[in-house]
Structures are given as C-alpha cells and as structure tokens.
Design a protein around this ligand. Structure first.
Ligand code: HEM
Length: 352
C-alpha cells in the first residue's frame, strides 16, 4: 500500500510491501520476532547493547566480507579503504566540470559522474566493474571479473589511473588478479552506487530545498528517512540472550535503523523531511540514529561519503535542478541498499 504523500513535497514514496509491513507492524517496538529464527531489534537502548556486545564477524561485515571464500583481513581492508580514500580526496580537490549535466535519471546519473570523477582515468576493464547492470547478479559480476582478469593489467606511469587501480594492477597471478578485481569493485561500489543513491534519496525527499538548508543537514536527514544500510545483521551469539531473554540462543538479530530512525518516541514529526533538526543534533550521538553503524565500529568510509554527497548536492542546487514536477511517485524496492528506484531530475521551472 502506498504511503501518504509527504506534506512538503506532495510526492509519494512507495515502499516495497515487506518494508511497509515492517513499519506498519513494528514501529515503536524495541524487539519483535520476524522469523522463527530471527529477532528484529529497533529500540535504541537494546540496539546499543547488541551492537556493543561484540564486533561484526567477517561474514557479517558489509563491505569486506570474504570474497569467493577468501577472507579479507582487517589490515587489508584498512589499506584498501585508505587507498580509495586518497582517490576520493583527490577528486574532491577538483570542481565538477562546468559542462557536466546532472539532469536525467538518478541514481544512474550520479553514479556515472562519481565513477568518472574518482575512477575516470582507470583502464576500461576496471571501470566496467562499476556498471550498474552488474548489480543484478553476483554470477554476472564474477563472470566479468574472470574475463577481465585473463590478461595482466598494466598501468603506464604517466596514466591518470586511480590509486585503487594501481593497487589492483599489483596482482601477479590470474587467481590474484581475480581477487584484486573483486576488491576493486567492493571498494569502489559504495563510493559510486551508494553515494549516488543517497543523493537521489535526498532529492526525492526534499527537493527543491530551502536556501537556508545546509547540504550536510540534507544528507543527514535523508540518511534518517531512507538509510541505505537499513538493516544490520548479527548472527546468533551467546551474548544476545543474556542481554535480552526474548532473544533465543539460536536467534539471529536484525537491527533495523529503518525503524529506529522513525521511532515517534525519538523524533518529532518522524516522517517529515526536516533538515533543520540537525542544527541542534549531533549525528554521532543521537540515540537510535545509526546510518553508518554503531559507535563501537562505525563505517570506515563515512568521511568520504559525506563530502562527496554534499559536493553533488551543492552542484545540483547551484544548477537549479530538482525532481521533475510530473513525477509524483517513486518506488523503494526491497534490496540490500535502500533507495528510490528512479528519480527524474530536471531544471526547476521558473515561476511566472
Ligand atoms: C552511503 C554510503 C555508506 C553507508 C550508508 C555505509 C554504511 C555502513 C554501515 C551501516 C556499517 C556498519 C555495519 C555493521 O556494523 O555490520 C559500515 C561499515 C563499514 N563500511 Fe560503510 N557505508 C558506506 C560507504 C562506505 C565506503 C565508501 C566504504 C569504503 C570503501 C565503506 C567501508 C566500510 C567498512 C570497511 C566498514 C567496516 C565493516 C566492514 O568491513 O564491512 N563504507 N558501513
């Protein structure tokens, strides 16, 4: 069932039935059974205790879970994150080219722009790994990787390739190249896919924005209402029944920022897009707000995500771009990454 249109924009966000049912059935509850072997958790105190109880295991980690059965060590994950971080910082020192047209379907348009900004100088074989079509199936991704890894990657010293591409090119054997290309995609995908989804969500929820609203507050508010990481999974663990006896020893726990971000006990007008609420709130210490995970181990990439998203928003606003007024509805499908399926972005019509 579609949600009611947002008061400020008159647009309707149509959540997939499963997401809508989660909100309808469990909003405001702290713990509830979702499946015979899975407990949902959305209360902020319980969330805090669950996520603080232990670190995510390697299979629970979102970005660097094992790649085709091969573990990714923490030092390696850290070094890859730092490498892509250097590429993002470099991209942030250059303005978005004056001629770039940010109108069109989002998140696709933002995705292509970010790919070109951060990885534009990379060999085609690597850039191809950032195709959105590869999201459709992991088998397709792995096939493209396997084909691309057939020949060694050579990056000329004079090329404008990213640091991430240079790291990938260090792999010697075919097996190592396949793995390195998988890592390339793992590290680059959140920069391109996720950031463009985040900005598309912000446009859909709030554009055209008030001139006074800061880009930072717009991003924080968009992360609240449509958190790309809308659930955080923890497999059954002996710590959890000790924290709350409703959680059985064999129960997995699904922590749901989607719900805590709209809990009426925590937020005033929880369903309204109000960037100005962040004037008074500290996003790192706001109960129940965890778009980048828990304080005990927050997302390592958040310091690249925020400035990139703010940069894109800034340019969209400067160019007078907004959501096509003829688009009244957008779907939010049930995917690992929560976001609007497509937002049509056009130049704002001038008032007569
Ligand atoms: C909008 C973009 C992003 C969102 C919403 C996001 C969200 C999150 C969340 C919720 C967690 C905690 C997961 C848990 O506790 O199980 C996390 C962890 C993490 N994130 Fe992000 N993230 C984003 C972008 C990135 C980027 C660009 C990178 C780096 C390339 C990155 C690297 C990591 C790493 C290394 C961790 C620690 C656990 C792991 O190895 O996966 N993230 N992120």
């Amino acid at each position: 069932m579609p949600a009611a249109p947002t008061l400020t924009t008159g647009r309707t966000t149509v959540l997939s039935p499963r997401l809508a049912a989660l909100l309808d059935d469990h909003l405001g509850k702290d713990a509830f059974r979702l499946e015979p072997d899975t407990m949902g958790v959305a209360g902020h105190e319980l969330t805090d205790r669950i996520l603080a109880a232990r670190r995510a295991t390697e299979t629970e980690r979102p970005t660097f879970k094992p790649l085709h059965g091969r573990s990714i060590s923490r030092p390696e994950a850290s070094s890859v994150t730092q490498t892509v971080g250097r590429d993002v910082r470099k991209a942030l020192t250059h303005p978005i080219p004056a001629g770039a047209d940010l109108s069109g379907p989002w998140p696709l348009t933002g995705h292509m722009l970010l790919r070109d900004m951060v990885l534009g100088g990379d060999p085609g074989r690597l850039k191809m790994l950032m195709s959105r079509n590869l999201e459709l199936t992991p088998i397709l991704t792995w096939t493209v990787i396997a084909a691309g890894a057939a020949l060694p990657l050579r990056i000329p010293a004079t090329s404008a390739a990213s640091n991430l591409a240079e790291l990938t090119a260090q792999a010697g054997s075919y097996q190592d190249r396949r793995y390195a290309m998988g890592i390339y995609r793992r590290a680059a995908a959140p920069v391109c896919f996720t950031v463009s989804t985040l900005v598309a969500n912000a446009l859909w929820l709030g554009a055209p924005f008030d001139d006074e609203a800061s880009n930072r507050n717009i991003v924080l508010e968009s992360l609240r209402l449509l958190p790309p990481s809308w659930n955080i999974l923890r497999r059954a663990s002996p710590e959890y029944p000790e924290i709350d006896p409703r959680i059985g020893p064999a129960d997995d726990v699904l922590v749901l920022p989607l719900l805590s971000h709209r809990d009426p006990a925590l937020w005033e007008d929880p369903n309204e897009f109000r960037p100005e609420r962040w004037d008074e709130l500290d996003p790192d210490h706001t109960p129940g707000y965890l778009p980048f995970g828990h304080v005990s181990e927050r997302c390592w990439g958040r310091h690249m995500v925020m400035p990139l998203a703010e940069l894109l928003l800034d340019r969209l606003r400067t160019d007078g771009l907004t959501v096509d007024p003829d688009q009244r509805r957008a779907k939010v499908p049930l995917l690992g990454l929560l976001g609007v399926e497509e937002v049509r972005v056009t130049r704002a019509r001038k008032a007569l």
